[in-house]
Design a binder for this molecule. Structure first.
Ligand code: PMT
Length: 415
């Protein structure tokens, strides 16, 4: 089990073209993470990029030749032709110009072809991703903006630079995003023709919080990891994804629309609103079955007469999946509904009962007593049960892999 592998990135050939910006150091990390994820990364460096980082650095993290000039032969690696600028572009799955300087974007916008990067960009037939990075307000300049607009109009995919502090000490828009964000964008492009292209998938994540005064609430150990991994897997399959989450600490997968919620009632309202036009709902959230009967306006204080303790009366929460079932029985939407069963005993029996009662197409039963599965772990042990009575036992695997298997089943159910 290699947690850094990403199925969508496995066996992809990515051209990473780097230009002369201090942000080149971030491109080294990107090249390393893409390689670890399973891609073959061919790096092109402009002359200016080599002032910041030496080619050997990229060669070390990718294990492949680095291309620095136009007349270089494509040797020692499996490129489709021996002429570097043609061979690199031919058969590549994606070309990323990361970081892209104002100068390189100006050249590309005008179709100049005077170095390996610009010639390869003209020869490449794959999607081209441009992530600008520049200091001192250059990104906002009208000339740069006009070049960006031209490149987008011609089909390039732009990763917007972020605002923040530059190497010069100035503050503004022009910083290259962090590696996870860059990889999130790359995944979105590579996955856009996937099995869920054109579908909307709603995923819930995290443990609901049921407050009984302004500072205290009842919750559970759900970290949101399983739900976030499901959202990413659905994005990788090309879906539009809405993530309804109580979690505030995990990075939202690039491309997902986040709907932050706290209580079960909030989550119910969000699920009903978001599933009206959805194809599938996946309920990975750990929803509290009970909530305090009342919520105090002010913080509850200790007092002289509470030495025997404080009693909080709990009342039943609505069942979100059962509410969705009632509406689905009437409207047929969403077409596919997947639930989870978090059980500490009689796993299959309870999961089958929930599958039937909640009108699910599929349920992922997880044993929450195992330390390497269920709440907060990075891995999970799941048995998938479907409404036709079939069972698929998944071995111990990362939550990302569990999610891929569930999303594959969702795609099959949607046809
Ligand atoms: O978030 P992590 O730390 O990654 O942990 C993942 C997980 C263990 C939370 C996840 O894998 C999981 O099992 N989620 C479902 C937890 C749960 O609430 O299970 P349940 O057996 O109590 O509920 C069954 C199903 O009904 C679930 O899909 C739940 O979302 C849903 N439900 C529950 C109660 C309720 N009032 N309304 C609901 O819709």
């Amino acid at each position: 089990m290699r947690p850094e592998r990403i199925t969508l990135l496995e066996n992809k050939r990515i051209i990473l073209a780097v230009t002369g910006s201090i942000a080149v150091y971030k491109a080294v990390d990107l090249a390393s993470k893409l390689t670890q994820a399973g891609s073959a990364v061919d790096v092109i460096m402009t002359e200016a990029a080599q002032k910041f980082v030496a080619p050997i650095t990229f060669q070390s993290v990718t294990g492949r030749s680095v291309y620095t000039h136009l007349w270089q032969a494509a040797s020692g690696v499996s490129l489709p032709t021996h002429i570097a600028h043609v061979g690199l572009g031919e058969g590549a799955d994606l070309m990323g110009i990361i970081p892209a300087t104002a100068n390189t974007m100006a050249k590309l916008a005008h179709g100049l072809a005077d170095d390996l990067l610009s010639v390869t960009a003209l020869a490449a037939r794959c999607p081209v991703v441009i992530a600008p990075a520049m200091d001192g307000g250059m990104y906002e300049h009208t000339a740069t903006q006009a070049n960006v607009a031209t490149l987008i109009e011609r089909g390039a995919y732009l990763i917007e630079p972020e605002e923040g502090r530059f190497a010069s000490g100035l503050v503004g828009r022009g910083r290259l995003p962090e590696t996870t964000t860059l990889i999130g964008h790359i995944r979105q492009i590579l996955g856009r023709d996937g099995a869920l292209q054109g579908r909307k998938v709603v995923v819930t994540a995290g443990g609901t919080r049921e407050a009984f005064d302004p500072v205290r609430f009842i919750t559970n150990h759900s970290s949101g990891k399983q739900g976030y991994a499901l959202a990413q897997a659905a994005l990788d399959a090309g879906a539009r994804v809405t993530l309804i989450s109580t979690t505030r600490t995990l990075p939202v997968p690039v491309g997902a629309m986040l709907v932050p919620v706290d209580s079960t009632q909030d989550m119910l309202d969000a699920v009903l609103a978001q599933t009206q036009d959805a194809d599938a709902l996946v309920m990975a959230a750990a929803v509290s079955d009970f909530r305090p009967a009342t919520k105090a306006e002010q913080k509850i204080k200790k007092s002289a007469d509470d030495s025997a303790g404080l009693t909080v009366t709990l009342v039943r929460n609505p069942d979100i999946l059962q509410t969705v079932k009632a509406r689905r029985d009437a409207t047929g939407s969403p077409r596919v509904v997947v639930g989870f069963a978090a059980e500490s005993e009689n796993l299959l029996e309870h999961a089958q009962d929930k599958l039937r009662r909640k009108g699910l197409d599929l349920i992922a039963a997880n044993d929450i007593t195992a330390t390497d599965a269920g709440f907060a772990a990075d891995t999970n042990r799941v048995i998938l049960l479907d409404k036709d009575g079939s069972q698929e036992i998944l071995e111990l695997m990362t939550k990302a892999m569990v999610s891929e298997r569930i999303i594959e089943r969702v795609a099959l159910l949607l046809g």
